[in-house]
Design a protein around this ligand. Structure first.
Ligand code: SF4
Length: 353
């Protein structure tokens, strides 16, 4: 097995071959620990032992006209998700302050829907300006499809990064969603990049995709030079169209994370939705290929608490980036959005992160 060769190619930013990609994802003689170590060597070069914590604020939940089969906020989902309109500006800013106190590297706001209306875009720009001026924390916004003009407005308001996941390959997309296309997603990423906003774009694994689909997404993100790649692992919750998909195991998730690290060596690789449920006791190993994760849950599901996340990072010999690595003051309260509806053991993240 060519573990060292994969490491060296990634360190030189050379693309691995399709055959090697398949071997990493499905080779029967892969030694998982050697694979994780090889991917970890690449991570160490670019990020050392630092782990970036991101925190999501689900600022608008549900009421979405789109039909993404994995999402509890979709019009076609019967998942018991509490729906609410956009939170007040003061609440969103207050939660940004709390995220900063929690030691998070980036505050990620997610709003359900196909994309912001002109009025919603103005409101988002206004709150982004307040966060820049009053809080001073890195920001990411996930608000659906975004036009060139809206991206420029968000850039002017101080947005660092815009999230829109490719989610899956172009050919597999039509099996997951019919109300928008893969190209719509690519166009949003292009609009952000054109406006000078960094792209954040990743995948949801476990939606019936083939290894070839995963390979296509990883190489498309490489081609687009996406600096931030969240990898979600589907939680098939009752009520969602993809509720019967049970295709992941901890070792499968680790292989996918290692593969993305080899193909996108310099990118932030983020363990996103489904981390706790699918990686289970192997979460610490995932810190070798990945250098980032979310704290305190996702869009409509709870995750591990802030304290236990800090604990497992430290126990694994890693450190939280940007803080002095003391545990945060847990008496001050954390932000949760409205994640009290679905249990992470049975629930899936509402939409992509
Ligand atoms: S993923 Fe986004 S666009 Fe798709 S249904 Fe959910 S909220 Fe709507």
């Amino acid at each position: 097995m060519r573990y060292e060769q994969w490491t060296n190619m990634a360190l030189n930013n050379e693309a691995i071959s399709p055959d090697d990609a398949l071997c990493i994802l499905e080779g029967t003689d892969i030694d998982l620990l050697r694979l994780v170590t090889a991917a970890g060597d690449v991570r160490m070069k670019h990020f050392g032992r630092r782990v970036q914590l991101h925190q999501i604020n689900n600022i608008k939940n549900g009421f979405c006209p789109e039909d993404c089969g994995y999402c509890g906020q979709s019009k076609i989902s019967c998942a018991p998700v509490k729906r609410y309109r956009t939170k007040s500006e003061d609440d969103i800013v207050a939660e940004a302050h709390q995220a900063k106190k929690n030691g998070v590297f980036r505050y990620c706001m997610a709003a359900s829907g196909r994309g912001p209306s002109p009025k919603e875009a103005q409101q988002l720009a206004h709150v982004l300006r307040r966060i820049r001026d009053e809080v001073g924390i890195r920001t990411c916004l996930s608000a659906g499809l975004v036009s060139d003009e809206q991206a420029e407005m968000f850039k002017e308001a101080g947005l660092d990064r815009l999230n829109h996941n490719l989610n899956t390959s172009e050919s597999h997309t039509a099996k997951i969603v019919t109300t928008h296309t893969y190209q719509d997603r690519v166009n949003t990423l292009k609009a952000a990049k054109k406006a000078g906003i960094d792209n954040c774009s990743g995948m949801i694994c476990g939606m019936g995709e083939s290894n070839e689909d995963i390979i296509e997404v990883a190489f498309n993100l490489r081609k687009m030079e996406v600096p931030s790649i969240p990898i979600n692992f589907l939680l098939p919750i009752p009520g969602n169209r993809l509720q019967n998909f049970h295709q992941l195991s901890p070792s499968r998730c680790l292989r996918i994370l290692c593969f993305f690290r080899f193909v996108n060596p310099k990118a932030e690789i983020r363990i996103a939705g489904g981390r706790e449920y699918h990686l289970r006791g192997m979460q610490s190993l995932a810190l070798y290929p990945a250098n980032s994760l979310f704290i305190e849950g996702y869009l409509v599901t709870k995750g591990e608490t802030l304290e236990s996340t800090y604990q497992f990072i430290h126990d694994a010999g890693f450190e939280v980036e940007g803080v002095d690595n003391k545990k945060p003051d847990l008496n001050e309260g954390h932000i949760h959005g409205d994640k009290n509806i679905l249990n992470p053991k049975t629930a899936f993240v509402g939409n992509e992160t």
